[in-house]
Design a protein around this ligand. Structure first.
Ligand code: ZN
Ligand code: ZN
Length: 256
């Protein structure tokens, strides 16, 4: 599986995206969170996703599926999805949680995902939506992908894991975990029931190891970083190094 990070920001974007970093990626001027799987499957399509696809020189015509984690504007922008439909050579499938409303998008095949039910994205790739601890009005789900050999959990947006999701992850031995790390090294932030902070992640990781959701070979990348709640990318990398964690950045490719 090849994972390209198109955006790794929470919703507090740098004003420099409109000026100096208009046509390029920068580790400290992150765009709205989104990733591309195996060059064809887009996870989320928010504020800057179209821009990021152009900067990363992705062949947009090859996109076949768009999977939406939830309906906050940094993850779901109908205009951008409609533009991708114009470029695409394929009949695009739009994957959303079963109760989500998608009337703003026409000309796609909408696939409604029942939580904890596994669907075939392609012959060798399956996806399961898991309940997330996030604003329930945004129909949130975190996404588990498996291709027979490797397993990816894209866990944003959300704080901790809800009970059923946590135990569902038992023995999954993830190859890659992408975790919400909106809040920096701060104790007492009010967002503790919708986003993770670094201290929360430090508590969570050993428990995920205990239930064998992750193991020593799991790569863990933090994403959905709020620049206003974190230090610079380089400083944050150093802060989490001792915890065995990595910070995702726009334009990063991870192969598992
Ligand atoms: Zn978000
Ligand atoms: Zn959100």
């Amino acid at each position: 599986m090849k994972i390209l990070f198109l955006g790794t920001c929470a919703a507090d974007y740098s004003p420099a995206l409109k000026t100096v970093f208009k046509n390029c990626f920068d580790k400290d001027a992150r765009r709205s969170s989104s990733v591309l799987l195996d060059d064809r499957i887009l996870i989320d399509c928010g504020e800057h996703t179209l821009e990021s696809l152009f900067i990363a020189k992705v062949d947009i015509r090859k996109i076949t599926d768009i999977v939406i984690t939830h309906f906050h504007p940094d993850h779901f922008k109908p205009d951008s999805i409609n533009k991708i439909l114009e470029y695409s050579e394929n009949k695009i499938r739009l994957w959303v949680r079963e109760d989500a409303v998608t009337s703003l998008i026409q000309g796609v095949e909408v696939v409604k995902m029942t939580p904890y039910v596994t669907y075939s994205l392609r012959d060798d790739l399956k996806v399961t939506g898991l309940k997330s601890n996030h604003d329930e009005n945004s129909f949130p789900q975190i996404l588990f992908f498996e291709d027979g050999e490797k397993r990816l959990l894209y866990a944003l947006d959300g704080a901790w894991f809800v009970n059923r999701t946590f135990y569902w992850l038992s023995d999954k031995r993830l190859s890659l975990l992408v975790l919400d790390a909106t809040v920096g090294d701060i104790v007492g932030d009010y967002r503790a029931a919708e986003h993770n902070s670094l201290p929360m992640i430090r508590l969570l990781i050993p428990s995920l190891k205990t239930i064998c959701a992750i193991f020593e070979e799991t790569k863990v990348y933090l994403s959905h970083i709020a620049p206003s709640l974190h230090k610079s990318h380089t400083e944050t990398e150093k802060i989490v190094e001792n915890d065995g964690l990595k910070i995702a950045y726009d334009g990063l490719t991870v192969e598992i």
